[in-house]
Design a protein around this ligand. Sequence first.
Ligand SMILES: NC(=O)c1ccc[n+]([C@@H]2O[C@H](COP(=O)([O-])OP(=O)(O)OC[C@H]3O[C@@H](n4cnc5c(N)ncnc54)[C@H](OP(=O)(O)O)[C@@H]3O)[C@@H](O)[C@H]2O)c1
Length: 303
Amino acid sequence: MVRAETNSPPADLANKVYVVTGANSGIGFAAAENFASRGAALAIVCRSAERGTAALNAIRGKTNNTNINLFVADFTSLGSVVRVAQEINHSYDEIHVLCNNAGGANAGRTVTKDGFEKTFEANHLAGFLLTNLLMPKLLLAAAHDSARVVFTSSLGHKNSPLDFDDLNLEKDYSTLRAYGRSKLMNLLNAREIHKRYGDQGVIASSFHPGAVRTSIWKKGGILAAMLGIVMWPFMWSIKRGSDTFIWLASSNDEAALNANGNYFFDRRQVSIAPFATDEAAERLWRVSEELVQPFLESQSTAS
Ligand SMILES: NC(=O)c1ccc[n+]([C@@H]2O[C@H](COP(=O)([O-])OP(=O)(O)OC[C@H]3O[C@@H](n4cnc5c(N)ncnc54)[C@H](OP(=O)(O)O)[C@@H]3O)[C@@H](O)[C@H]2O)c1
């Protein structure tokens, strides 16, 4: 069993457990490296064992922090998420910070083996399920210390409202619509977590990192790649793009400690889409719970 380091060098995140998804590249990697450099016990969740191992070794090498573990899960499989949540829960007594950062865009509409549209499952359902499965350990940390859940959302959340009759985008799929709605879901999840767990000490937030020079632009098909090429010179560096992320996940600034489920950009709370309502957040939570229920049941049958 791996515990939060008790003899780590003096650092402001010593003895804190940080879980970061999508930590092998981009802003997830930058944030994970920052937390490790400040003494956190780090759990990185990555899709590929190979890329995850490379990231783990790179972070260890740069920070000299050996208290880093890799957990492998593909977020297009909810069974994979359930398994990795069990592994993380077995590895740590408490979890102080969960960064739901993994995500991407998909050129065409694909249905996963779980039966969901890929972007919906990977960007929303997987993080939703992981958060719920790790919540008992987050609440333990919150009870005597603090706990935070940070979602990497996007300005793209303003693209279109949710269509609860077509969450799998069977009717009118577009890369932008699928991506935008999934990022809206991230924002709404943070709001709902604040509502449900804020009074128990869980600080939830979401943020837009800016348009950032990461590989995400190359993974979403030809249109995203072309947009990426045009915008590349104007995009933010990964360092700048991860700043608000790191701030929300670790700062003791009043504004970060009182994030209250809100949405941030450049360390400031900023406006959200008019359709990002409390009602939408509450409904999304209920619907998502129903959708992931079979995976929770299969877990309890198996164990
Ligand atoms: N870059 C921007 O301009 C921008 C703007 C707004 C929001 N964002 C958000 O920022 C977050 C991080 O993206 P990034 O820009 O840093 O790009 P990135 O370097 O591509 O990082 C995305 C991370 O998510 C992981 N991921 C994607 N699909 C996954 C799956 N099915 N299962 C498990 N992991 C998966 C990726 O793993 P692989 O390496 O295996 O693909 C990678 O580690 C995303 O949520 C994105 O939506 C980015």
